[in-house]
Design a binder for this molecule. Sequence first.
Ligand code: MLT
Length: 410
Amino acid sequence: MRINENYQKLQAGYLFPEIGRRVRAFSAENPAANLIRLGIGDVTLPLAPAIVDAIKAATDELGTDAGHRGYGPEQGYDFLVDAIREHDYKARGVDIDSDEIFVSDGSKQDSGNIQEIFSSELRIAVTDPVYPVYVDTNVMAGRTGGADDLGRYDGFIYLPATEANGFMPGPPETAADLVYLCSPNNPTGAVASRENLASWVAWAREHSAVIVFDAAYDAFIRDPVLPRSIYEIDGARECAIEMRSFSKRAGFTGVRCAYTVVPKALIGTTPSGEEIALRDLWSRRHATKFNSVPYPIQRGAEAVFSPEGKRQTSVQVDYYMANAANLRAELAAAGITVFAGEHAPYIWIRTPEGETSWDFFDRLLHEAHVVCTPGSGFGASGEGYARISAFNSRKNVDEAIQRIGRAVGG
Ligand code: MLT
């Protein structure tokens, strides 16, 4: 049986399982070590009571004759779609139609799957460092050649996110067909300004390109003036697809609920020049490969928008962001060069002079018993940096700060 040989082009394992492997090996040798995990960005606070109550009530409903439901509508129940339109868009002056919203079980899946509706010959641009899902899924689909020594795939346009551009590159001089942007950014924790997004929208319109805008961390933006949605920028409806998630904003990483917006104004073409709405292609894909998020989970997601849900989840976001503020301030005080993390649950730090990202990861694990994420795992330009997640208890974050300070300070 022949395999999909494109998988052979992929770099080693997916980043987080590789981190997990190193951490397990360390723990097996050091069972008494009290590890603090600031690696993968996974929530640690319990689900908010308003969400738990909604999930429980909906589950009870399913256990009754009157309340039983089978397959749900493919794009999501109206109660959730309407709540998304109202609270995530209308409240910020953006009009999105119900049939442009596709409820799903995660932005990881959606950002990985979206490439399926495009030609196999696209020129794709990604920032570097980048959330690996955007890259790996296109490699799997055969849109690239092999990787070079730095892990850069032949065929991609890489846009370095550097200290010089505040880790938020603007559009390239060259054309591309599809670009993946993430703001607030995973991994660097940087956030796109209105001007930055406006320059991307202008570029995409000029080149008939599509922007895949991953806004999974929008709830962590503190400054109300910063855009939370790309549709706050004029003209974005004609060039951008947006993804948002309940994972980080409401603790749904294990519960699973997200959504993708594909505006009807977004048009692609066939080789003969026929115009096709991308929304219709995504709808076709969604209906073929997905059978909707479970009813109780959609009720739980709806509860995120209730007054209690909003209050309770914003307390949780504030909690993580207080961790981020502590990490920023205290690591800087310990002499570490710290970036971003003001509008994101991730801090991006420079590794000590001469130490690679993975060397730093290993040293932190072995000397400080703290797990971080090596910047180079997100791309060549992440070499020399590491990502520290703010998702953990205050106590663990404070303890980790002390330990990192000691390991780096010597
Ligand atoms: C991360 O740590 O980068 C995220 O948790 C990964 C994800 O959201 O899939």
